[in-house]
Design a protein around this ligand. Structure first.
Ligand SMILES: [Zn+2]
Ligand SMILES: [Zn+2]
Length: 321
């Protein structure tokens, strides 16, 4: 005689066929649980559609799960993909801002603990979080300091040194100047075997981040344009912060009036439309908001012109443009 672990009834000879051997539930109980799990999932996704999980929301979800007599461990495994999706969403939104807010960090840790996300799944999330925290700190004026490979002036110190390739636009063609940035408290140096340039912080009007480099807009003629660098997030953050300090502008979180910024409603709509995955390869992690027509070519920050790409596809796209 075999009994269902849920309803405790004898499943009978024919019932053996529909008994789920893993859960030990009869066919009827199994389909009830499946439906309850689906309700729980829908509630979770709806509750977190604003990108946050709060203790209040979690309490309400637990109450609903208890009402449906759900095993909470089973429910957590069932919504794992959605939980990871929520975590990636928080990171992608922060990445788009170029910094992470304290409340977002707390939310990430809360979700990881509450929803019992396994360490292996959590580690890449925490790595990306740490990197965003590092960048956020730089924007607040806590710049790194490294030993430069060249002699600097007295009272000059180096914040980062990084290989860079200048895309020099000539009247008919583009030439690629291999070199490196030596970024100091006094100036932005681009050194190449053929010379290079020194740019004072006051002449840096704007710096824009691309997946594969940065675009410099200067108040002088030479040195303007695109520089390919491996770590554009770090390079942009350091240059932007030093230019702000030189111009006595506010450092820290960037103003919401930045026209390049993708509005929150647009991000939310794009995330929903693209279902939290790369539109090209379907990857779920390390997603970035991409302007389909680049901002520099007049592309707007609208739902129609923004899509989700994973880091790898975004880099490939940038290399083609
Ligand atoms: Zn049963
Ligand atoms: Zn991709």
């Amino acid at each position: 005689m075999t009994t269902c672990v849920k309803c405790r009834q004898d499943v009978g000879f024919l019932g053996m066929l529909s008994l789920n051997r893993q859960t030990g539930r009869c066919g009827k109980c199994e389909s009830e649980v499946k439906q309850a799990l689906m309700r729980f999932r829908v509630a979770f996704v709806n509750f977190c559609s604003d990108g946050k999980l709060t203790p209040e929301k979690w309490k309400a979800l637990l109450t609903a799960a208890a009402h449906d007599q759900l095993n909470i461990q089973e429910a957590l495994v069932f919504i794992r993909e959605d939980a990871l999706n929520l975590l990636n969403r928080i990171l992608t939104f922060a990445d788009s801002d170029g910094y992470i807010k304290e409340e977002d960090e707390q939310n990430i840790r809360y979700i990881g603990q509450t929803l019992a996300i396994p360490v292996a799944d959590m580690q890449p999330i925490l790595n990306r979080l740490d990197r965003l925290k590092y960048i956020t700190n730089i924007r607040r004026g806590n710049l790194p300091q490294v030993m430069p490979s060249i002699r600097l002036d007295t009272d000059e110190f180096c914040h980062i040194e990084i290989p860079a390739t200048y895309h020099k636009v000539n009247s008919k063609s583009v030439s690629y100047v291999q070199g490196r940035f030596v970024i100091t408290n006094k100036k932005l140096r681009f050194l190449s075997p053929t010379g290079g340039t020194e740019i004072s912080w006051n002449s840096v009007m704007r710096v824009q981040k691309y997946p594969n480099g940065i675009y410099l807009e200067l108040s002088r003629k030479s040195g303007n344009g695109f520089y390919a660098v491996s770590d554009s997030l770090l390079t942009e953050a350091v240059i932007d912060t030093l230019a702000r300090i030189a111009k006595r502008q506010l450092v820290g979180e960037r103003s919401t009036g930045d026209s390049r910024r993708i509005p929150q409603e647009v991000r939310a709509a794009v995330w929903q439309r693209d279902q939290g995955k790369c539109v090209q390869c379907g990857a779920h992690d390390y997603l970035e908001f991409d302007h389909i027509i680049p901002y520099s070519k007049g592309g707007a920050s609208t739902v129609n012109n923004v899509q989700l790409l994973c880091r790898r596809c975004n880099l490939q796209k940038s290399d083609r443009i």
